[in-house]
Every structure is written in structure tokens, then in C-alpha cells.
Write a protein that binds this ligand. Sequence first.
Ligand SMILES: Nc1ncnc2c1ncn2[C@@H]1O[C@H](COP(=O)(O)OP(=O)(O)OP(=O)(O)O)[C@@H](O)[C@H]1O
Length: 311
Amino acid sequence: MDTPVIRASGLGKTYSHRGSEAHTALTDVSFELGAGRLLALLGHNGAGKSTLIKLVLGLIEPSQGEISVMGQNPVHSRGKRALPIGYLPENVSFYDNMTGFELLKYFAALKGIGAQSVKQLLEEFGLDYAMDRKVRTYSKGMRQRLGLAQATLAEPKVLLLDEPTVGLDPLASAFLYRKLNELKQAGCAVIVCTHELGLVEQELDKALILGKGRVLAKGDMSVLRQGCDLQLRVAFDDLPKRVAGDAFLSEFVREDALVMNFSRREQVLDYLIREKQICDLSVSLPSLSDIFHHHVSPLVHSATCSGGIEL
Ligand SMILES: Nc1ncnc2c1ncn2[C@@H]1O[C@H](COP(=O)(O)OP(=O)(O)OP(=O)(O)O)[C@@H](O)[C@H]1O
């Protein structure tokens, strides 16, 4: 198996400031992310997502455990021998009095990249028409495109995006994920931290769900679905009689559909297709949002009762 681009093992982070109580933001977080893969980093407000991103960037040091990015400790790799990591922060802010071109040229110069590549990048991100306009005149979507262009300047091998689609219209979000797919094809490992579950569900290879600083669930959609065994629905145009009257299927019949736990789906679908020759059906699998609620709601509920979670 290829060496993962990002590997975290038993990662923990406790913030301690003089004069105030120490606060543990992350406990025992382990995960791996390979080249060309997208990880959705999910969790309630205050779950520890930004802390994890800062650890990957090497902006803070872990209190426990280890993190490596391309085999190196990201804290030690800052400065001159910086790792090829691109980062789009939440609420990206720029020097508003610069034009789009000047701004990108400035960031490019910091990374030793010439102005010609900047022009190409502005074209690629659909901003060439506005490159001579001051950034303060840019819309939210234009700023986000500029932010993503900045993050991808040096052909990053790791890209970290914090809430990249907030405030974007559906076309702009689709553009963003198209670009991410191109970067993935080029071998970039991507982490998207987001609360927009419906959007990221279509794009992720894996998700990591954090709750109160701990990993509540991780894996691809199939692993996540198996892990919580939620119910799914099998719908028919018209519930056939041979389904409604069947002894085996009767326990699953709910009005005009069959409802079962995820772990029973193969058995039931196999039975429908092989024994009943019914293929005209549609299956609604548990969504990422269902899975997120399954894991996070009990935490939020128990904390609301005891008064202790940031929402
Ligand atoms: N520099 C800091 N000093 C002390 N505590 C901090 C610091 N940064 C974050 N925290 C705390 O650590 C916990 C995790 O914060 P973090 O910003 O990582 O959460 P998050 O999941 O990104 O939240 P959100 O979705 O609201 O952005 C929170 O309780 C937060 O108050």
C-alpha cells in the first residue's frame, strides 16, 4: 500500500494559557489520508476541526501523539523547506486595496512563482476579466475563487479548505468541487472542513466526524453506514401484491415501501430480486446528514442537559 500523505496517530491537543484553565480540544485522533483522496472533516461547533487543521499545517504542536505530512513533522517543515500545502481559511481576508492580479502575484513571489503562471491561474479560475479590479470590489464567490487560486498556486500535494462553500451559489460550489477533482487527479490529498453535508457527501472519499474533540466515526460512506446501522427505504412505483403478502417481507412493510436496517439490506434486496423477480425499485440509503445526526445529536443533547457544548 502507498504511504499515506497525512498520518495522524493518537493525536491530542490541550490549550493552556497562563492564568486560565487548560482546555483539551482534541483527544486520541488517528486517521490516514492517501494521495488523490478527499477527507470531509465534520463536527459540531467547537468539536476540534480547526485545531486539527492547524496541527496539519504545523501552526501548533500536538500535546500527545504524532502527525506527519509527506513523512515529515509539519512543525519542523515550516519556513524555507515548507511542505507543498495549500490552505484556504474560513472567511478568507485579503489586502483589499490590491487588484486580483497584484494580490496573486504577491503570494506567487513568496513561493518563487512567476507572473505568467499567475495570469494563467486567474484565467483558469474565471477571474481574468476582473484581474485589474481592486479585491474590495469582488463578490463573495470571486473572493473564494481567488482564495482557492492562492491555495493552489504552488501545485500543492496537500490542500486544506475551511468552509470553502459557505455563501457560494450552487454554480460556484460546483466549480469549486470540479477544481478539487482536478487537483485530486493530480495526486493532491484534500481535507474539506464543512457543515454543508449534502454537498460534500457527493465528493468525499472518507469522512472523519469529531465530537467534543474525539473521533465519533470515520471511513467511507459504506463503512459509516455500517457503523450506525440506520434504516433505509426501498420504494416501488406501486407496492406489488407479491411483496405485501409475503411472509418474509411482511416485517419490513411500511405503507407503500419496505423499511429495514442497513445491515439487512443485502438479504432483503437479494430476496426481492431473486425470489420475487422485482427489479423496479429505488433504494434510499442513509445520508451523511443522517449519519452525522446519529453520532452528534446524543452528544449535543447530553451536553445541553448538562450545559457544556459550544453550539
Ligand atoms: N487558542 C485556543 N486557546 C484555547 N482554547 C481554544 C483555542 N482554540 C480553540 N480552542 C477551543 O478548542 C475547542 C475546539 O475549537 P476548534 O476551533 O478547533 O473547533 P471547531 O470544530 O473548528 O469549531 P467551529 O465549527 O465552531 O469553527 C473549542 O472548545 C475552542 O474554544
